[in-house]
Write a protein that binds this ligand. Structure first.
Ligand code: MGD
Ligand code: MGD
Ligand code: SF4
Ligand code: MO
Length: 836
């Protein structure tokens, strides 16, 4: 048994994790000594052990879908890149990297592209995430520095969460807030979000404002703080612009001005906007004007989403930055070029994510190397992105998984080491650098991302500048660059870590890089002119479509989508709609709906939600072509971007919704994954060792399946009663396939079906029950899983409530639900509140 201290690879909270390897299995627990989480983990973090299996992993380099040796793959990539550079120049090459790379990987990629290939066409998925926050900080403070720490939310009087569903997206930080509020009843919480989210559970005030209208709210607040200003935005105008009641607005303003200290936490509801940078500055402005900055318990705190978005900002992962918080100014350019010893440093900013894929589509960029991100899913206008990739002469993908929406377009695939296998550092939302440590053996031929980059650098003739033998060497170089000719001009200075020996670096404990808090009080206020969002509705497209995260999935699901426990809470693309809109459209709870925009269409299951405003819809961002047919929201989203940050307006799209009543719906379980005909809609569910799909269609599938099974020589068992039919296929006593269909998805005994694939029932009665999808024994279905930590289903919760449990605490005492990570407590309360 070995135990290793490392860091969670999911969200920007950056929790410390202790991973234990025992009898080949991996289990994790929170690290009590880590200052981000003090031992807590959310459900995604606690399920990390379940993601370390090798199913679906990319384990060997591939060229044109064939496994090849590393030398062959690297030679091929090197040759093709060199040909393209020789023929079209360095601007024809681009890297698209990720806030999920380690700092060392990220540094290497940036150094190769900007420093030695000599074009700044390296951008990252962080462009879709916090580039507006970067612009906001830079315009206010002259540098991209986060002025807060997690402790501030424990030492404040008012926490304002804007465009953040932290209860689900930064769960451990949210739990710290829950505790802080319990310890200090005077602490007030305001949530600003067009929909009522789980985060609103602890809100003293929830402002369900018109989508995209936040700048109006904060500009009006600024007018209230500085009444001397010519007030263009009196409370009535704000209320009108934001679709709020004047009283609500006034209450928020009164609380903010009266609170001695206030922290504003903001994330994607602010950043992902065509005027996101201005919104960030509107928030910073009120902190500057009220003096709620530069001291404990105060400040505008942009929470980063990805585990190493901050590390990316430190090494210059964005196309318009240089390394170490330097810019494309003559002094900085000279400094970086001298430090790297290069004469080829890119002199002008490169293409930003959305532009970059447009340039690929136009043919201006002819080679793209994608590492640690899945743009075919996560970029807006994904059909156009897929077309661009399909037409691009050279697509290289560094991945941990073999099959992703993006890797399907790759000419060359490099297998990367994943979490638990690689070594390096990440920086969390509060500027704290922590180590991710390897504790698992190297699978197959996978290699660290930095190693792959360094080998390509060699092949392009720049080996000397990339001759690192270990990530420690890269970290030292990066730290030295932050300190290089830095007399305090740049707050980012990791000089203190530049001389660490390898042993010291190995043992590095979480280290927050210091800032001079005072300096923030001298920040600059930027005038902001509030703009509405750009998703203009019309008769054809009357709804505003919002998109974001669900509690238990991570982004494009490449890791979390295969973990049964993480799919229990929500296992299909859903669309949240208000009861009024649903009634008007004749849409029932659980019914399917087609959502369309000029660019594309998706299919989702309706969830009628009181917390959803009329005219607005919410869809998860996660589903994609590996987990569904037409479940990808970015097929609809336009690439409308903020002009300063280049960040797309992913949160608002004008769409139409039409209920869809398919001729049949059903479930298909099979031993092997199957390629179904195009007329079938399907959603993949996570089950270990079997493929389970939920299906829907207008054309019948049964005949197709019968032909498929007969073709394999399998024995068939068929039942048909009324609108329900089912089919079992057997081969040498083993269950090969099961299909159950009806006008709705039939209620099935899932546990029994799964077990039948592992140990086929021999009794005739059991086989008959299986054909009906029912278990022969008494069996209570769990209903939707609410608490993923302890797998507690809705039915058990309702039973316990009927039996007298009348609070979340009572439910926890009886069923344990909500007693570990706490993320389901808002839902427990919601179930309690609607009981009759
Ligand atoms: N479970 C889970 N957690 C994650 C992630 C994940 O994939 N899954 N990803 C991580 C990453 S990379 C990120 S960036 C963070 C994102 O963390 P969040 O930003 O908290 O997550 P989102 O769900 O994208 O969006 C937050 C909220 O913005 C609201 N919103 C939409 N439009 C507006 C608006 O106009 N104004 C306001 N005020 N609010 C609006 C949405 O209704 C939504 O509730 O989560 C991180 N944590
Ligand atoms: N409509 C809409 N679109 C959005 C958003 C939204 O709210 N709405 N949110 C946006 C935001 S904030 C974000 S951050 C993005 C996220 O979007 P993506 O970055 O595209 O999502 P991930 O699934 O995290 O992609 C990471 C990829 O890297 C792979 N990977 C994991 N570990 C490693 C490794 O060590 N090395 C390498 N080379 N690969 C690895 C994973 O298998 C996965 O394929 O989505 C954005 N898109
Ligand atoms: S809060 Fe974020 S960093 Fe912490 S365990 Fe959960 S996903 Fe991981
Ligand atoms: Mo993000």
């Amino acid at each position: 048994m070995t135990e290793t201290r490392t860091t969670c690879p999911y969200c920007g909270v950056g929790c410390g994790v202790i991973a234990r390897v025992e009898n080949g299995g991996v289990s994790v627990r929170g690290d009590d000594s880590h200052p981000a989480n003090f031992g807590r983990l959310c459900v995604k973090g606690s399920a990390l052990g379940e993601t370390t299996g090798l199913t679906g992993r990319l384990l060997h380099p591939e060229v044109d879908d064939q496994p090849v040796s590393w030398d062959q793959a690297l030679d091929r990539a090197g040759e093709r890149l060199r040909e393209i550079i020789d023929q079209y120049g360095p601007q024809a090459v681009a890297f698209y990297a990720s806030g999920q790379l380690l700092t060392e990987d990220y540094y290497a990629a940036n150094k190769l592209m900007k420093g030695f290939i000599g074009a700044a066409n390296i951008d990252t998925n962080s462009r879709l995430c916090m580039s507006s926050a970067v612009v906001g900080y830079k315009r206010a403070f002259g540098e991209d520095v986060v002025p807060c720490s997690y402790e501030d939310i424990e030492k404040t009087d008012l926490v304002v969460l804007v465009g953040s569903n932290a209860a689900w997206t930064h769960p451990v930080l949210y739990q710290r807030l829950v505790q802080a509020r319990a310890a200090n009843p005077a602490l007030k919480v305001v949530v600003i979000d067009p929909r009522r989210t789980a985060t609103c559970d602890i809100a003293d005030l929830h402002l369900a404002l018109t989508p995209g209208s936040d700048a109006g709210l904060f500009v009006g607040l600024l007018d209230t703080i500085e009444p001397g200003r010519a007030s263009d935005w009196p409370t009535e105008r704000v209320a009108d612009f934001c679709g709020l009641l004047p009283d609500e607005v006034a209450t928020f303003y009164a609380w903010f001005t009266a609170a001695p200290r206030a922290v504003t936490l903001y994330t994607m509801g602010i950043n992902q906007s065509a005027s996101g940078s201005d919104k960030c500055n509107a928030i910073i402005n009120v902190h500057l004007a009220s003096g709620k900055i530069g001291r404990e318990g105060c400040g505008p705190f942009s929470l980063t989403g990805q585990p190493n978005a901050m590390g990316g900002r430190e090494v210059g992962g964005l196309a318009n930055q240089l390394a170490a918080h330097m810019n494309f100014t003559p002094d900085d350019l000279s400094r970086v070029a001298r430090f790297w010893g290069t004469g080829r440093l890119a002199q002008t900013p490169g293409l930003m994510a959305v532009e970059l894929f447009e340039a690929i589509a136009r043919g201006d960029v002819k080679a793209v190397w994608i590492m640690g991100t899945n743009p075919a899913v996560s970029l807006p206008d994904s059909h156009a992105v897929c077309q661009a990739l399909a037409a691009c002469p050279l697509v290289i993908v560094s991945e941990v998984m073999r099959d992703t929406d993006t890797s399907r377009f790759a000419h060359i695939r490099f297998p990367a080491l994943g979490w638990g296998e690689k070594d390096g550092t990440v920086t969390n939302s509060e500027r704290r650098i922590s180590r991710q440590r390897a504790f698992l053996p190297v699978p197959g031929e996978a290699k660290p991302d930095w190693w792959i980059i360094a080998r390509i650098a060699e092949r392009l003739g720049h080996g000397a500048a990339f001759a690192w033998d270990h990530p420690h060497a890269i970290f030292s170089e990066h730290a030295a660059l932050t300190a290089f000719e830095n007399q305090g001009e740049r707050m980012l200075n990791l000089g203190a870590l530049a001389q660490l020996t390898r042993e010291e670096w190995d043992g590095l404990t979480p280290w927050q890089w210091p800032v001079n808090r005072e300096a923030f009080t001298r920040g600059r206020q930027l005038p902001v002119n509030p703009q509405p969002h750009g998703a203009t509705g019309s008769v054809l497209y009357p709804f505003t479509l919002n998109s974001g995260r669900i509690r238990d999935q991570w982004h494009t699901m490449t890791r979390t989508g295969y973990v049964p426990r993480l799919m229990q809470h929500s296992d299909e693309p859903t669309v949240d709609i208000s009861p009024q809109d649903a009634a008007r459209l004749g849409l029932q709870e659980g019914q399917l709906a087609r959502i369309s925009a000029p660019r594309g269409v998706m299919v989702a299951r309706a969830r009628i939600n009181e917390g959803q405003r009329v005219g607005q819809l919410f869809v998860p961002m996660h589903w994609n072509s590996c987990f569904s047919r037409q479940g990808k929201v970015n097929a609809l989203v336009e690439g409308r971007c903020d002009p300063h940050s280049g960040q797309p307006e992913s949160k608002q799209t004008a769409v139409r919704l039409m209920p869809w009543q398919p001729a049949w719906q059903g479930e298909l379980w099979s031993r092997e994954e199957m390629t179904l005909p195009m007329f079938v809609h399907w959603w993949r569910k996570a089950v270990t060792g079997v493929s389970r799909l939920t299906l829907a269609g207008d054309k019948p599938l049964l005949e197709w399946l019968l032909a498929h099974c007969t073709g394999q020589g399998w024995q068939l068992q068929i039942a048909q009663t009324g609108e329900r039919s089912s089919l079992l296929a057997w081969h040498q006593g083993a269950l090969m396939l099961g299909f159950w269909q009806g006008t709705q998805v039939p209620a099935l005994a899932h546990g029994f079906i799964e077990a039948a694939f592992h140990t086929a029932p021999v009794e005739l009665a059991e086989r008959h029950a299986l054909l009906n999808g029912q278990s022969p024994g008494e069996r209570v279905e769990q209903g939707r899983i609410i608490c993923s930590c302890f797998s507690v289903g809705e039915n058990a919760i309702r039973e316990a409530i009927a039996g007298g449990c009348d609070s979340a605490a009572a439910l926890g005492a009886k069923l344990r639900c909500g007693t570990n990570c706490g993320s389901c407590v808002p839902e427990l309360k919601a179930i309690l509140s609607v009981r009759v």
